[in-house]
Design a protein around this ligand. Sequence first.
Ligand code: NAD
Length: 260
Amino acid sequence: MLKGKTAVVTGSTSGIGLGIARGLAAQGASVMLNGFGDALEIAQMCDGLARVSGAKAAHHSADMSQPSEAAQLIRDTQAKFGGVDILVNNAGIQHVAPIEEFPAEKWDQILAVNLSSSFHTIRAALTGMKKHGWGRIINVASAHGLVGSVQKAAYVAAKHGLVGLTKVVALETAATPVTCNAVCPGWVLTPLVQKQIDAISAREKIPVSAARHKLLAEKQPSLEFATPEQLGGVVVFLCSEAAAQIRGASISVDGGWTAR
Ligand code: NAD
């Protein structure tokens, strides 16, 4: 379905981003990975993606907390692969603390990576998509883009901001063949969430398995994690013709979290 298309997935050397990159590659898209990690492992990821897609795969090391690097990621991908047809803004970080103890530099960093980087990549990619006559922008927000939780001031603010940015871009592109939507995962078992599970386990002196159950039971009625593969499937759907008139939507993949 995506043969001949190029996708950029920010923060795709791990977790949800890697699941999305694999989903897009399985449909034949060339993929530009981005994110931190071991060079050898990243090279293996690229090989794996190229094998699955029969197309190209490469990695760009842009730090998404830096506006100029976020824009450069798009320009370099356009130069290397001839364009950016699919932009998935997925890079994200977390810090958990009550607001009086929340370090100001963590606030700045989370807003930069989880929100502002999407502004910079979209701004750099949109003109090319319009020129090519097709485009998909998919912002990985969160259940925390729709509802709040204690101790996550920066994350919740950034993700609500990302949902707002999604709506504005969708309206500005409404009469074009470019769509913009958000995907809002609940808990997905990735390194980002494992850190929170380990913190509960240490704080409450309970086994990791009990901490995992506690984390799910508090928010996610299905009591099951969503998976990176499922998120990849939703992104592929948003790239399909069936989704051409889904614009400015926030699609929850959260086991019922935001249904109550
Ligand atoms: P993860 O920690 O497994 O992966 C994060 C990725 O972002 C990694 O590839 C990392 O290298 C990259 N990254 C971090 N800082 C970066 C930077 N400054 N520049 C470039 N890349 C950077 O996390 P994940 O759980 O897969 O999260 C992916 C996205 O999904 C995030 O936006 C997160 O907020 C969102 N999300 C996750 C969950 C969950 O339960 N895991 C739930 C809702 C939303």
